[in-house]
Design a protein around this ligand. Structure first.
Ligand code: PXP
Length: 238
């Protein structure tokens, strides 16, 4: 059965909208753990638009399940990861102008950089996973680099409809089989939600699904009524 890694970046996005201290992703991580999260995932972006260095350090102390840090192959963040030592790093591509991670890492064109970052992280005792499109060439290279796992990018599957969705699911299944056959751990994520998660969770040997947007969106909806009631009580109490 697949494990659930909860991505709490969006909680930090709301905090950074006011540059204040709430909502604190550290609290959100604790509540996610109580809810059954098997892991907490955070993306430290180069522009620090949501998760900030303090979150990485405090979450390393407070999270009792697996902490997975998503990051680009950048020297400054690699140094921070080697110091803080999350259980796992997932290497992702990053472009400043993107709203979210738009595609898998291109190991073919960035082999040296990915190899050097992987080596530094593994020497620090951190497991390394690469975020890849379900592309056999990328997966073969990941195997050659000796990474511990691959997170398959499920974005194209999540966006597809009808027959195209079935096609994308088959690509994920084939890529998943190649990853497992090569002895790497199989993860998946991006765009997964309450409607589309099940077929991906059922891919054989699926180990971990990283899900953020739809869980945070749902949390706002299930929490709104109670939050308003609490404020109303404070205002109207005699
Ligand atoms: N996996 C990776 C590598 C990601 O970059 C993201 C988005 O930060 C996710 C999973 C989670 O995607 P979503 O927020 O769409 O669930």
């Amino acid at each position: 059965m697949a494990l659930l890694g909860v991505n709490i970046d969006h909680v930090a996005t709301v905090r950074q909208a006011r540059r204040t201290y709430e909502p604190d992703p550290v609290w959100a991580a604790a509540l996610a753990e109580i809810g059954g999260a098997d892991g907490i995932t955070i993306h430290l972006r180069e522009d620090r638009r949501h998760i900030i260095d303090r979150d990485v350090r405090v979450l390393r102390e407070s999270v009792h399940v697996k902490l997975n840090l998503e990051m680009a192959c950048c020297n400054e963040i690699t140094a921070l990861a080697c110091e803080v030592k999350p259980h796992q790093v997932t290497l992702v591509p990053e472009r400043r102008e993107e709203v979210t991670t738009e595609g898998g890492l291109d190991v073919v064109s960035q082999r040296e950089r990915v190899a050097a970052t992987t080596a530094k992280l593994q020497q620090a005792g951190i497991e390394v996973s690469l975020f890849l499109d379900p592309d056999p060439r990328q997966i073969a290279l990941a195997d050659q680099l000796g990474v511990n796992g691959v997170e398959l990018h499920t974005g194209a599957y999540a966006l597809a409809q009808g027959k195209q969705r079935e096609h994308e699911l088959n690509l994920l299944r084939e890529a998943g089989a190649a990853i497992v056959t090569a002895g790497m751990t199989l993860h998946a994520g991006h765009g997964l939600n309450y409607q589309n998660v099940r077929p991906v969770a059922e891919i054989p040997h699926m180990c971990e699904l990283n899900i953020g947007h739809s869980i945070v969106a749902r949390a706002i909806m299930v929490g709104m009524e109670q939050a308003v009631r609490e404020m109303k009580r404070l205002i109207t109490q005699q």
